[in-house]
Design a protein around this ligand. Structure first.
Ligand code: SAT
Ligand code: MN
Length: 572
């Protein structure tokens, strides 16, 4: 797991079968437009040749990764009308996708293993499984055979080539293979990201004794110069990028970013958990990103950035809901659907899952160690979600096992990054529900097993919720840069400060322990209240979710933690 291996830009596409039946069209008739097949390592060359026979493209372009190549491809895409240059910035581009191809398609994302139970727990009582989709090798082979032969033949008919009816994102963990068809959207087609760095890597991590997690990594330095690194798991589009690039509102504090989405972590020879970010860039949600919510992201995307499905201004800039920039007089806006748009219109100008894709090195607060191959030492793991009710701003788990339970019980309001509609509270254990590469019950066992590692110095585990609201629907906590106040408390806990009090759900800041200076009125009573009815319902929901969904594969330690919480909530 060297940092030099950054899969973000790699095509990891592969097809399973013995290919014997594929068209025998010889490679002489296939034009290698640039590059030299003979220079490729044998396995790669073999892959290219077999894929070409199967898919029958008109030509083969072997990427060399140079800037010149990048420019040439962008120029070609521009000529074909697939991307538009955004003259307001430097080397920035806008792509508008087919409106049917705008997010991850979880229902068409599958893991292929001979035994179903290696991929997913079998739910109790015939309930529908929510922890990933399994496909048998035979069924998958059939799906591949239906899709790939000749799929690159001829001219694409649409401006955005995709095939929403036939989209399929398949993973074969035993072979470390990914086969994706029919979508050009990030998480479905940038195979180094969720497909490899989470689904396949989580399986590698279990086999090899490390962790591949849906987590940001940040460094935080207090006014006295003491620096700590933390990793945090929030479901997609819950503010991970904002936290990873936070400008602390507390004077004297500094946050530096290692990564905003994925962490690969392992214990080093001293027993410290070390994390690397396996990605090379940011693929962030545009709407809601502004100079107020995330000034560092705004600075990052001024150059060399590819935008998708945002709106465009007539002066060659980008625009989206919450960008918080008034339109200059005379400037008009074209929506992501290519239609004229004006402020106040009912439909949003940018798709809610519109994105920016920018090189990490452009972020003004990248951590000096962000590419260090040995990774950065993690002292705390933070779980979180969007919980409008009942869940306090922050609490600390009693111990590792309790922390693993807290991760398993994570829930959040649904996001626009997947196909789900509406705002419902969804279970999203470890923020990994769409990304588990193997049976979640065994994933829990793997996490629990870290406790048995000889000499391991386990990070402390916390849970945060920036999104609690009062009865009138107003946020109880200002969020963004003010979240540094919560990180401050977490850091002081790591120093051993006696600043927590015990509650039935975990350890919360003692009265006055959270630095609220200069914040104005914060209703800490509401922010930290633990309504008994809410928690009784919450533990009921967690129980039915875990016992139904994880069923036979639920580790007894996790069940014991659930029962302990039930008991404490009962006595509340
Ligand atoms: O939708 S993606 O997987 O590309 C990005 C995300 O959800 O974090
Ligand atoms: Mn993500």
């Amino acid at each position: 797991m060297a940092a030099a291996y950054r899969p973000g830009l790699r095509l990891n596409w592969h097809v399973l079968s013995p290919w014997g039946w594929a068209s025998r069209r010889s490679l002489q008739t296939l034009q290698v437009l640039s590059g030299d097949l003979g220079q490729l390592p044998e396995g790669v060359r073999d892959f290219v040749e077999r894929s070409a026979r199967l898919c029958q493209p008109e030509g083969i372009h072997i990427c060399d990764g140079t800037e010149a190549e990048n420019t040439a491809i962008l120029t070609l895409l521009e000529q074909q009308g697939l991307v538009r240059k955004l003259p307001k910035y430097s080397n920035c581009w806008l792509a508008r996708t087919d409106p049917k191809d705008v997010a991850r398609v979880e229902s068409k994302t599958v893991i292929v293993t001979p035994s179903q139970r290696d991929t997913v727990p079998l739910p109790a009582g015939g309930a529908r499984g929510q922890l990933g989709n399994w496909m048998s090798p035979a069924e998958f082979q059939q799906a591949v055979d239906e899709r790939f032969p000749g799929c690159m033949q001829g001219e694409p008919v649409s401006q955005w080539p995709c095939n929403p009816e036939k989209t399929l994102i398949g993973h074969v963990p035993d072979q470390r293979e990914i086969i994706s068809f029919g979508s050009g959207y990030g998480g479905n087609s940038l195979l180094g990201k969720k497909c490899f760095a989470l689904r396949i890597a989580s399986r590698l991590a279990r086999d090899e004794g490390w962790l591949a997690e849906h987590m940001l990594i940040l460094g935080i330095t207090n006014p006295a110069g003491k620096k700590r690194y933390v990793a945090a798991a929030f479901p997609s589009a819950c503010g991970k990028t904002n936290l990873a690039m936070m400008q602390p509102a507390l004077p004297g504090w500094k946050v530096e970013c290692v990564g905003d989405d994925i962490a690969w972590m392992r214990f080093d020879s001293e027993g410290r958990l070390r994390a690397i970010n396996p990605e090379n860039g940011f693929f962030g949600v545009a709407p809601g990103t502004s100079a107020t919510t995330n000034p560092n992201a705004m600075a990052t995307i001024q150059s060399n950035t590819l935008f998708t499905n945002v709106a465009e201004t007539s002066d060659g800039g980008v625009y989206w809901e919450g960008i918080d920039q008034p339109l200059a007089p005379g400037v008009t806006v074209t929506s992501w659907l290519g239609k004229p748009w004006k402020p106040g219109d009912k439909e949003p100008c940018a798709h809610p899952n519109s994105r920016f894709c920018a090189p990490a090195r452009q972020c003004p607060i990248m951590d000096p160690a962000w590419e260090a191959p040995e990774g950065v030492p993690i002292d705390a793991i933070i779980f979180g979600g969007r919980r409008p009710k009942g869940v306090p701003l922050v609490y600390e788990a009693f111990n590792w096992r309790h922390g693993v339970f807290v991760g398993s019980a994570m829930r959040s309001e649904s996001t626009a990054a997947a196909e789900h509609k509406g705002k419902i509270i969804m279970h999203d254990p470890f923020a990994m529900r769409p990304f588990f590469g193997y049976n979640f019950g065994r994933y829990l066992e793997h996490w629990l097993s870290m406790e048995e590692r000889k000499g391991a110095r386990l990070p402390r585990i916390f849970h945060v919720n920036w999104f609690r609201r009062d009865e009138a629907g107003r946020f109880l906590w200002p969020g963004f840069g003010e979240n540094a106040r919560v990180l401050d408390w977490i850091c002081r806990r790591l120093e051993g400060e006696d600043s927590a009090r015990e509650t039935p759900i975990g350890l919360v800041p003692k009265e006055g322990a959270l630095d609220l200076s200069g914040l104005g009125a914060i209703d800490t009573t509401q922010l930290f209240s633990l309504p008994k009815d809410f928690w009784k319902q919450e533990v009921r929901d967690i129980r039915s979710y875990l016992t139904e969904q994880v069923n036979q594969d639920l580790p007894k330690e996790v069940l014991a933690e659930l029962e302990a919480l039930e008991g404490r909530v009962c006595r509340m």
